[in-house]
Write a protein that binds this ligand. Structure first.
Ligand code: TMP
Length: 308
């Protein structure tokens, strides 16, 4: 599907009126929108979380899976071992009483053990392809049009995730059958041997807590070590020079993704997927725009068309 920018605008404004965006301070949003627009597309970048932000929270009444959650190693013993780790550590991730330093150590422990099990259990790239094909995962409607618009305007999109880069990229391949030259995934990246078997992970582990503290600092070494012909230190400099940010997340902690950046203006969009009544007030305080009820990306397409 190819949409003209007029089509996109019509679709986006229709979606806007259907899906109510909650905006606490409309004046402030308008001020930031005007400032970003007047600085131009060359100053803008988009920083997005993956799970539950770019992907739907619920699909046909079932919870959408995450990049970790969808992975079946094809080795039941190791799938069960990773599940046991999840059952132990996931409640700790959300515990309000564990001090942050302690929780950071626990999360490092969890990620290291999980990565270790993936290597020990002999994960193959074929198992990743099959897992993605069998997964309950899909992108929010309007995501392709959002990325196409940003690609046309040469605005980079950094996807930060504490999940698994190789899986996220496979989801893009299988679900969208295309890639975008402006989109980079900064996440845990695997190294496979010649037989397609996982042997190690590249660079520093990104887990839920350091993702929110140093994600941007990690963008450079991750690209560097990738040997990605499209990724370089220049990329990083470019990202540092783009001082206007549109940030997309589904947890308040995602706001930390722009911490490494000395930005001039930031518009933050939060997708509130769960516990709406309990969380709406804090999300309204934290994000400039909040979308409820697993909304599409059309509202964001509309917003971006006002920014560049
Ligand atoms: P993120 O997608 O917001 O960056 O966070 C990654 C999520 O992955 C986090 O909520 C914990 C989860 N996770 C698993 O489901 N299984 C695992 O083995 C690990 C290490 C994390």
């Amino acid at each position: 599907r190819v949409f003209s920018s007029r089509d996109r605008k019509t679709l986006a404004s229709t979606a806007m009126s259907r899906e109510n965006a909650v905006i606490r301070d409309r004046e402030s949003l308008e001020r930031k929108t005007a400032a970003i627009r007047s600085a131009g597309a060359s100053k803008l970048q988009v920083i997005a979380d993956f799970d539950g932000t770019l992907t739907k929270y619920s699909i046909n009444g079932r919870r959408g899976q995450t990049s970790h959650g969808l992975l079946q190693q094809g080795n039941t013993e190791y799938d069960e071992k990773r599940q046991a780790l999840y059952d132990y550590y996931h409640p700790l991730e959300y515990s309000p009483t564990i001090p942050i330093e302690e929780k950071t150590k626990l999360m490092e422990e969890w990620w290291e053990k999980t990565h270790g099990l993936l290597i020990e259990g002999g994960l193959t790239f074929d198992a990743i392809k099959k897992s993605v094909a069998d997964a309950t995962i899909s992108f929010r409607d309007g995501l392709v049009e959002l990325f196409e618009y940003l690609e046309e305007k040469d605005v980079p999109v950094l996807i930060f995730s504490a999940g698994l880069a190789d899986i996220i990229e496979e989801v893009f391949r299988q679900k969208l059958h295309r890639s975008f030259k402006n989109v980079k995934v900064v996440s845990n990246r695997m190294v496979f041997d010649n037989n397609g078997r996982l042997i190690s992970f590249k660079g520093k582990t990104i887990h839920v807590l350091n993702k929110n503290e140093h994600a941007l600092d990690m963008a450079a070494p991750v690209h560097d070590k990738l040997g990605d012909p499209n990724g370089s230190v220049d990329d990083y400099t470019m990202v540092k020079n783009r001082t206007n940010v549109l940030l997309l997340g589904d947890h308040i902690g995602d706001l930390g993704m722009s911490d490494g950046l000395n930005y001039d203006n930031r518009i933050s969009v939060g997708f509130l997927n769960d516990n709406i009544e309990k969380s709406i007030e804090s999300y309204k305080e934290a994000f400039d725009v909040v979308y409820l009820n697993d909304a599409s990306m059309w509202g964001v397409v509309d917003l971006v068309s006002q920014l560049c």
